[in-house]
Design a binder for this molecule. Structure first.
Ligand code: URA
Ligand code: SF4
Length: 240
């Protein structure tokens, strides 16, 4: 292990006990999660044939549409929309919940404390922001006081994320935390029960792990997040 990697693992609070597993140890159960309640409630907007013009948009049009969006009340309190950032042909798509204060100021996802940890998590599996990696959020505008986005807000914003997913066509999606997992998969099971499995989001494999902001508060869970990242890395390797 080189020094940089050692340093990153130390910063993550991890001993170098975890190794990337080989395919044979992967849990390969592919779950189809798109059948349950929440999706219906939210009006499953992943449908690419939808009449919504968002589904015809180019990157340029989509960015403009988000920057001018007033489709939900979150537009009233935002400083900036936070569209997403990274490689538009990424293999990896990381999806968080929504912008925090720093993201709202900068117009970029995961640039605050949680973002620093996310960058370290990426580095731990030899990834970096923008290089085969795209980072986006469930909602593009900051919920006041960092509250969870309301279902109506998530629903109003969903076509943008769905179109981003279509345009990127990632090999693997990583849902960061309960809000992202719940809203992407349309089920409200505990994060613990969603981890360690390969879910299916309209044909794209999806893996769930903890949100970095949660990990900052719950240090012992970092080892579990590391395990999830190794699982994700091994899954990506098995997809090639
Ligand atoms: N938390 C998120 O879920 N997304 C961000 O962009 C920043 C913090
Ligand atoms: Fe529009 Fe999404 Fe912002 Fe709501 S959160 S105003 S739907 S971009």
């Amino acid at each position: 292990m080189n020094n940089r990697r050692k340093k990153i693992l130390n910063e993550l609070g991890l001993t170098p006990r975890w190794k990337i597993r080989t395919d044979s140890t992967l849990e390969t159960s592919v779950l189809n999660d798109n059948t349950t309640g929440l999706n219906e409630l939210m009006g499953d907007s992943v449908d690419a044939t939808s009449e919504n013009p968002v589904y015809q948009m180019s990157w340029k049009q989509l960015k403009l549409a988000v920057s001018q969006c007033t489709a939900c009340p979150l537009h009233e309190t935002r400083k900036n929309t936070v569209f997403g950032v990274g490689d538009e042909q990424a293999d990896w798509l990381f999806v968080g919940e929504g912008p925090g204060a720093r993201e709202d100021e900068m117009g970029e996802p995961f640039v605050g404390q949680a973002g620093k940890l996310l960058d370290q998590m990426l580095a731990a599996i030899h990834l970096k922001r923008g290089d085969r990696v795209y980072i986006a959020n469930i909602v593009k505008c900051r919920p006041p006081n960092n509250r969870n986005p309301a279902i109506t807000e998530v629903s109003a914003c969903r076509p943008y994320l769905s179109r981003q997913i279509e345009l990127i066509s990632p090999k693997l999606i990583i849902a960061l935390g309960k809000v992202a997992a719940e809203n992407l998969l349309g089920r409200s099971d505990s994060l613990g029960s969603l981890r360690g499995k390969i879910h299916d989001l309209s044909g794209t494999p999806l893996i769930v792990t903890y949100h970095p902001a949660y990990l900052l508060r719950a240090l012992p869970e970092k080892a579990k997040a590391w395990k999830d990242l190794c699982f994700a890395k091994a899954t990506m390797q098995s997809l090639k």
